[in-house]
Design a protein around this ligand. Structure first.
Ligand SMILES: [Zn+2]
Length: 250
């Protein structure tokens, strides 16, 4: 289906980009992206993907909006405090772009529901806040052959990577980290703090890498880990090799 007049106007700044253009915009419209965690990372991810015209966005989060979320979770307004995050988030995304279908999943991601949830999407964007979920997302995405774009942020530091070990060449999250750290050895952001705008940087980069995976523009982050140090205003990118001893694949 060709782009409508409304779409031609809405996405005019994409359409003039040689690496996106009409075919890229059509791929964006056809894409289905599942966002795990509608928080400090998931907020900018979902907003930018909806603004970009991603056809279907799934939001997975079982939490409600609290006042202390608003410092970084830009999907929400003060009046949303107490509401379901995915319900308030779906409303905000629909207001931004009525052309995007938003599927709200007010559940906690578990080993029992992950495969069923992932199956309906092409790309997974993980912005969850704990290691158990990150490993579950990695393993499920690999099992289903879905590309995973994963971001993390603590205090003033961010990490971003694209995992697609199902291609037989690239590494997965376990190739880098092995298994979850022992409980209690690593704090989450409610204990360590996070600068809201640093989460915004990482979530924006995450949305951008999702759009690159959808359109094929540029060089993706598979096999590399991008590190951001907000305090020194420095980015660096390191190579991540595929581990032949990885417990997930050979
Ligand atoms: Zn691996």
């Amino acid at each position: 289906m060709p782009l409508s007049d409304d779409e031609l106007e809405r996405y005019a700044r994409h359409l003039v980009l040689r690496q996106i253009g009409g075919p890229g915009q059509a791929r964006i419209r056809a894409a289905k992206v599942l966002v795990i965690g509608a928080g400090g990372l998931g907020s900018p991810v979902a907003l930018y993907l909806a603004a970009a015209g991603v056809g279907t966005i799934g939001l997975v989060d079982d939490d409600t909006v609290s006042l202390s979320n608003l410092q970084r979770q830009i999907l929400y307004r003060t009046a949303d405090v107490g509401r379901s995050k995915v319900a308030a988030g779906a409303e905000a995304l629909a207001a931004l772009n009525p052309g995007t279908v938003v599927e709200a999943h007010p559940v906690r991601l578990t080993a029992d529901n992950a495969a069923t949830l992932f199956a309906a999407y092409d790309i997974i964007a993980d912005g969850s806040d704990n290691f158990a979920t990150r490993f579950l997302v990695n393993d499920t995405a690999f099992a289903l052959g879905k590309t995973l774009v994963s971001a993390a942020v603590t205090e003033f530091d961010g990490q971003l990577a694209t995992w697609k070990a199902h291609d037989g060449i690239s590494p997965c999250y376990r190739c880098l980290f092995g298994g979850p750290p022992p409980p209690g050895t690593v704090g989450n952001c409610s204990e360590t703090g996070v600068l809201g705008a640093a989460a915004g940087v990482m979530g924006s980069l995450q949305a951008l890498e999702v759009l690159k995976e959808i359109t094929g523009a540029g060089q993706g982050l598979a096999g590399r880990l991008l590190l951001y140090d907000a305090l020194s205003a420095r980015f660096r990118t390191i190579s991540v090799p595929r581990d032949p001893g990885c417990s997930l694949h050979t």
